[in-house]
Design a protein around this ligand. Structure first.
Ligand code: ZN
Length: 438
């Protein structure tokens, strides 16, 4: 089920990439059987990771069997990567009026068109809110002015529209979430902002834009009192509640516990650079800087990411890898002309022959050896054998490589690079098995 998303990014130069920022992505998950379409939006504000990681997990870890799930997990992507609520102000106040010279004009127009697509039956906007919403004042953290742990509606009903019983649907989803949360203090409530009756702020919001155009829309707020993975769990419970209400059939292959969600957020984070000649697997984190990354001198940085929240941002003459609000690592380039003649790499892994294309991740239990290849030189980063320039043909174990050269922080993933003369031809990552008991 885990898949490469093939999101292709091009950074023409580090400075240009930093100034413009990446655009949001729309992911359409289509079921085999026909059914309604739910649009889920995350990341309208860049500092609400519960919402955007939940939306991202829908893309990477859910399978739709009936109906359609459309997901925009990274609506305000530049603000997400900058860890800012909004680098150009609050995007969720730009849906009534927006000046054409607003830097977010294009993004807002584009998401409006997606919301108004005739196929879209319902819209969810995922937020992380302060405290715990309660209809009555209980204390500072639990009162009618707080937003956390709630399903938000602008009005009770949208007359004459399918799924227009907003209050009824919100109550149903609230019950779905609360049935899976034994602690009453964390239960969800329904908050009706009665926007049309004169809430000037909410009138500028994305959900009210949808409502004005006859689309059922809801906000979901997980409390900022929780760490990200716990917020994500509440968001996913709520989204599943809406999918059930609409009859959208869905499947996931992990239990909806906070711990399983935390592991999924950290898993399968891969970047492939330059037609996958270079693979960086940063699942579970990476060393703070990765040096001597081969890059061609006069080509834009092109990469694909396995996760819609993963991106490379140019920063002076270096590149920063970011995952949502997190700084993952800093890539320090070493410039080489590239050679594209290398198609297959042969290795002996734990005694077995393996043939892989460049850009592969090769799991190793105990040891590996790269088969010599005429015309190419092999460099296992962090491995040294005095008097040897080509490191093919040598049996290498984990302890033969200096662990500070690993890509990850646990000393398990290492770069094996191929060169032809002075040109860089490609690489694979070898990943040693975790020590038993770890
Ligand atoms: Zn928000």
């Amino acid at each position: 089920m885990r898949r490469w998303l093939l999101l292709l990014w091009l950074l023409s130069s580090p400075l240009a990439g930093a100034a413009k920022g990446p655009a949001f992505t729309l992911h359409r998950l289509d079921g085999e059987a026909p059914g309604p379409t739910l649009l889920v939006i995350g990341g309208i504000q860049g500092d609400e990771p519960g919402g955007f990681h939940a939306a991202s997990l829908l893309v990477t870890d859910y399978h739709i069997e009936r109906g359609h799930l459309w997901v925009v997990p990274n609506l305000n992507f530049p603000s997400i990567l900058a860890r800012s609520r909004g680098v150009h102000g609050d995007m969720n106040r730009k849906f009534a009026d927006i000046r054409p010279d607003d830097p977010e004009y294009a993004a807002v127009q584009k998401i409006k068109r997606i919301i108004l697509d005739p196929q879209v039956d319902m819209v969810l906007n995922l937020h992380d809110g302060s405290g715990f919403y309660r209809p009555q004042h209980i204390d500072r953290q639990h009162n009618p002015r707080r937003w956390g742990q709630s399903v938000i509606i602008d009005q009770a009903e949208l007359p004459g529209v399918a799924h227009g019983n907003l209050a009824g649907l919100a109550a149903r989803v609230r019950a779905h979430v609360n049935a899976r949360e034994p602690r009453p203090e964390y239960h969800f409530h329904v908050r009706n902002t009665r926007t049309r009756e004169g809430d000037a702020e909410m009138e500028k919001s994305l959900t009210y834009f949808a409502i004005r155009h006859g689309k059922p829309a809801f906000g979901i707020e997980a409390s900022k009192a929780f760490l990200t993975h716990r917020r994500v769990r509440y968001h996913l419970l709520a989204v599943e509640g809406f999918m059930n209400a609409l009859g959208i059939g869905h499947r996931r292959d992990f239990p909806l516990t906070a711990e399983a969600v935390r592991r999924r957020i950290d898993a399968n984070l891969r970047l492939a650079l330059y037609d996958a000649r270079i693979l960086l697997d940063v699942s579970g984190g990476a060393r703070p800087r990765l040096g001597y990354i081969p890059m061609p001198p006069d080509r834009p940085l092109a990469f694909t990411a396995s996760n819609p929240l993963l991106a490379i941002v140019g920063e002076r003459n270096r590149y920063r890898v970011r995952y949502g609000n997190r700084r993952v690592t800093l890539l320090e380039p070493q410039y080489f002309e590239f050679d594209d003649s290398l198609k297959r790499i042969v290795l002996e892994v734990d005694g077995e022959r393996r043939e892989v294309p460049p850009g592969s991740l090769v799991p190793v239990h105990g040891r590996f050896r790269v088969a010599p290849l005429a015309g190419y030189r092999v460099n296992v980063i962090g491995f040294r054998r005095p008097g040897r320039r080509d490191e093919s043909g040598v049996l290498i174990r984990r302890q033969d490589i200096a662990s500070r050269f690993s890509v990850d922080r646990q000393g398990r993933r290492y770069r094996v690079e191929f060169y032809r003369g002075n040109r860089f031809s490609g690489m694979v990552l070898v990943e040693f098995a975790a020590p038993s008991g770890a």
